[in-house]
Each structure stands twice: as structure tokens, then as C-alpha cells.
Write a protein that binds this ligand. Structure first.
Ligand code: RP5
Length: 172
């Protein structure tokens, strides 16, 4: 049974939203991926979001661009946590989608990640799942440990030199 439901407003959002799918696959989290638009298929969005909890989903991820009302409309139909991904369009540098998603009026929140940052949406979904699942919590801990090692691989300066040294940073 899928635990995370990923939806996007258009097929054109797929290159961004598939990054969430890929990350969930790496975590071994079952998910579904679908296209539904809040303005082109409002009935489909309403039915999907209304039935999401009964369908077994624990977290929903919704990505959209421009006047990106999909995450907010999904959130309006469910008490499940909804993570919004603002997708970059060819206008306004993605600020249109970012503001549309992050500026939900008080009462119906959408947890918002950065523009095109679907990977973070998947990681946040994993963190939510990990609060009640020890296996996912362990996988998340591994992921964090790996990430921390990767960060240190980029270090090519000596202790006391390089980025941050003037602020007292000491590389180990
Ligand atoms: C939004 O409008 C979609 O999420 C997409 O980001 C944007 C453009 O959609 P298309 O015209 O490319 O289908 O609804």
C-alpha cells in the first residue's frame, strides 16, 4: 500500500517531481505518482484528496507551477500533511508558485519546500513517516550519516584555512 501520494498539476512538472519519486524509491517508501490539476480537473483532485487517508496514504506531496493552487486545494480536502513543491515556470523565476504555496492563509497549512526542490519534499515525507516507524527512522539516520560524509568530501582546504576560517571555523 502506498504511503506517500505525489501529484502534480501538469505532465510538464514531471522532470521536477520525479526527483521526489526517485528519493522515495531510494528510501524504499511505496508511493504513487499522478497528474491532476486543481483548475483543469477539480473533481478529480477533490475525490483523490478526500479519499487519501482512507486509501492509506500518510503524507501527500503536491507540485505545481504558476498560480500553484494544487497543494492548497489538496490540503483543503484532507487532514494529512501536505508538502508543496513550487515548480519553476518561464515567468517570475518561480516566485509565483512559491508565494502561492507558502502563503496559505492561517488554518490550512502546506509545508513548502524550495523552488523545484522535490527531493526535499521526499525527505520531509520520510521524516514524517519515521516518527512512527523504526525501520524508516533507521534508514533516515543512514541517509543523514552518508550526507554528512559527502559534505566533508568537498573539503580541500587545511585546518585554519579556507571557507569560514576567519570566523574561527576549524576543519577536523
Ligand atoms: C500548472 O501550470 C502546472 O502545475 C504547471 O506547472 C503549469 C503549466 O502547465 P502546462 O501548461 O505546462 O500544462 O497548472
Amino acid at each position: 500500500m502506498a504511503l506517500v501520494g505525489i501529484v502534480m498539476g501538469s505532465k510538464t512538472d514531471l522532470p521536477v517531481m520525479e526527483k521526489a519519486a526517485k528519493q522515495l524509491e531510494e528510501f524504499g517508501v511505496p508511493y504513487t505518482l499522478d497528474v491532476m490539476s486543481a483548475h483543469r480537473n477539480p473533481a478529480k483532485v477533490s475525490a483523490w484528496a478526500t479519499g487519501a487517508a482512507d486509501a492509506g496514504y500518510k503524507v501527500l506531496i503536491a507540485g505545481a507551477g504558476r498560480a500553484a493552487h494544487l497543494p492548497g486545494v489538496v490540503a483543503a480536502h484532507t487532514a494529512l500533511p501536505v508538502i508543496g513543491v513550487p515548480c519553476l515556470s518561464d515567468h517570475l523565476g518561480g516566485a509565483d508558485a512559491l508565494y502561492s504555496i507558502v502563503q496559505m492563509p492561517p488554518g490550512v497549512p502546506v509545508a513548502t519546500v524550495g523552488i523545484d526542490n522535490a527531493k526535499n519534499a521526499a525527505i520531509l515525507a520520510m521524516q514524517i513517516l519515521a516518527t512512527s516507524d523504526k525501520d524508516y527512522a533507521a534508514k533516515l539516520a543512514d541517509f543523514r550519516a552518508e550526507q554528512s560524509e559527502k559534505g566533508m568530501e568537498h573539503r580541500e582546504w587545511s585546518p585554519g584555512e579556507g571557507p569560514g576560517s576567519s570566523f574561527g571555523f576549524q576543519a577536523n
